[in-house]
Design a protein around this ligand. Structure first.
Ligand SMILES: [Zn+2]
Ligand SMILES: [Zn+2]
Length: 214
């Protein structure tokens, strides 16, 4: 009886188990390789990140240095300008201090003032002449604008034109008439001007009117 060429069943089973083990090991190896590759890639990424961060820090440091330099320069310029301005002001002051005082400045000013008031007087006189003409044409009666709007009496030394807070002008008599409690209520717009009865004479006078009426 020839011996069987087939391996005994027991041996085949053992071979299968070995094969399985080998496959498992290969799979593990592949996994490990992949992990290593991933690790390397990660490391490369981290290195890259680190490098770019380093570059960014370097740029930031450079920027700050430049800024500091610019601030220093600005400060220097400011100080220089300030010093120059101070020197200029001092020079001006010295100039003023050592300039002989012109003693006739006040005199000149006084003269100018007199000139102006004389001119104003002449203008008013001319205006009054024209108004007198108008009054004459009006039969000797004062013109409408020369009269108080309320009582229609002409303004005069006794009936001075008084200006209320609302800017309306009435004669002092009417102001007294419309006075109630401690105020005058404007008969046109009802705006009140707070004033004591005794103080009505001290209300501001409408000088533009007085000049041409009184
Ligand atoms: Zn008024
Ligand atoms: Zn009046």
């Amino acid at each position: 009886m020839a011996p069987s060429k087939k391996m005994p069943a027991k041996q085949t089973k053992k071979q299968d188990a070995l094969n399985k083990e080998a496959f498992k090991l290969i799979a593990k190896l592949e996994k490990a390789k992949a992990e290593i590759a991933r690790g390397k890639a990660e490391e490369a990424m981290l290195v890259g990140e680190h490098e770019s961060k380093k570059a960014a820090y370097a740029r930031e440091a450079e920027r700050m240095d430049k800024q500091k330099e610019a601030h220093r320069e600005e400060h220097k310029n400011k100080m220089k300008k300030l010093r120059e301005e101070t020197a200029k002001a001092k020079k001006k002051l010295d100039h003023v201090r050592f300039q002989p005082v012109e003693d006739n400045v006040e005199l000149k000013l006084e003269k100018e003032k007199t000139n102006m008031s004389q001119q104003k007087g002449r203008m008013i006189a001319a205006e009054r002449k024209l108004i007198e003409e108008d009054v004459r044409k009006n039969g000797g009666e004062p013109l409408d604008w020369q009269r108080c709007q309320i009582c229609t009496e002409p303004f005069d030394q006794d009936r001075k034109p008084k200006v209320l807070k609302c800017s309306h002008t009435f004669c002092s008599h009417c102001c007294k008439r419309f006075h109630k409690n401690v105020a005058i209520s404007c008969p046109i717009d009802r705006i009140t001007t707070t004033v004591r009865l005794r103080a009505i004479d001290s209300l501001p006078e409408n000088l533009a009117l007085s000049d041409l009426c009184l």
